[in-house]
Design a protein around this ligand. Structure first.
Ligand code: C2E
Ligand code: MG
Ligand code: MG
Ligand code: MG
Length: 287
């Protein structure tokens, strides 16, 4: 085809791709390099007991220390990671950091056996056979700490393959790990997820927490989710707590664990360690 139109119409490989596809390709090779060069790192957002102010645990969140653009947040690169499948490697990388950090915190005597770290796992990762293999190896290395690691999954990722997910989750739980449903309530299938999957923790999405003052729809929704959680013996964690009013409402509703900018931004491991050291006697920053 290119020949018939003469030399000027000759298409290079690059021209024939849409600019979107080209963008994707160049960004994904950047991400692969980032992994190899250890440009990805983890910050931890502490999670607190809303009543005692104790640090209950922390959620690991990936960041990219980009050589020219500075620190990038997941919103800047996770879509591409998902589309290209690199997310599977990123999740392994993050998991290993969390696994090592938790062992370190325990060895230093900084955390009790109740303390837990949580890690986000993409649906692509969950359904790839290699997650289970990876978790089995970790379990062999340190079987006593798996119960202190929570895998955060989203309903959106699981609903189309509930049966397969259930099978994976059953095996993951046999190794001792805990399972949380992230952004709970934002999927179109929240109740089906609850009914069919053996989960431990519900994370109440920020979008409900943000409108939380008495007599709002969000208040009723959170109240109802907490009632379901209690009835099913699940823990609940409220995400995205930004104001004292939201925290008060959550306490009134009996939500025991909270996470959000009001209490702490995501911080580096050394800052988390400082927080854990000064945590006794425990106190909420608000009180
Ligand atoms: P998520 O798991 O729901 O994590 C909570 C997000 O809300 C984080 O954004 C956190 O910084 C932000 N956040 C926490 N408190 C507040 C608050 O009070 N107000 C507001 N406005 N935001 C708050 P981040 O770090 O940008 O992560 C975004 C999403 O990227 C995460 O949402 C998670 O779905 C995904 N993610 C992060 N790290 C990983 C990872 O290692 N693997 C995978 N597969 N996904 C990840
Ligand atoms: Mg999460
Ligand atoms: Mg969330
Ligand atoms: Mg979210």
């Amino acid at each position: 085809q290119a020949k018939r139109g003469g030399r000027d119409n000759h298409c290079t490989y690059k021209d024939s791709m849409t600019s979107e596809a080209y963008n994707l390709m160049s960004k994904s090779s950047g991400l692969k390099q980032a992994l190899q060069n250890n440009e990805l790192f983890v910050q931890y957002q502490p999670q607190y007991n809303s009543f005692t102010g104790d640090v209950y645990g922390a959620e690991a969140l990936v960041r990219w220390n980009h050589p020219s653009k500075g620190i990038l947040l997941p919103g800047d690169f996770l879509d591409i990671a998902e589309q290209t499948g690199i997310i599977v490697d990123i999740d392994d990388y993050v998991f290993d950091i969390v696994f090592n950090d938790l062992q370190e915190l325990k060895q230093q005597g900084l955390v009790s056996n109740d303390f837990s770290l949580s890690v986000n796992v993409s649906g692509r990762k969950l359904l790839s056979e290699n997650l289970l293999e990876h978790l089995k190896i970790c379990h062999e290395q340190a079987p006593d700490i798996t119960s202190q690691i929570t895998l955060e999954l989203t309903e959106r990722d699981m609903i189309t393959k509930l049966e397969k997910c259930r099978n994976f989750i059953d095996q993951i739980k046999k190794l001792g790990f805990k399972i949380a449903i992230d952004d709970f309530g934002t999927g179109y299938s929240s109740l089906a997820t609850l009914k069919h999957l053996p989960i431990d923790i519900l994370k109440l999405d920020r979008s409900f927490v943000s409108g939380l003052s008495s007599a709002t729809v969000d208040y009723v929704i959170i109240d109802s989710i907490l009632t379901i959680a209690r009835g099913l013996h699940l823990s609940a964690i409220a995400e995205g707590v930004e104001t004292p009013q939201q925290l008060e409402a959550l306490k009134t509703l009996g939500c025991q664990t909270v996470q959000g900018y009001l209490l702490s931004y995501p911080i580096n491991l050394d800052e988390l360690i400082k927080l854990l050291i000064k945590q006794s006697p425990p106190s909420l920053p608000l009180e």
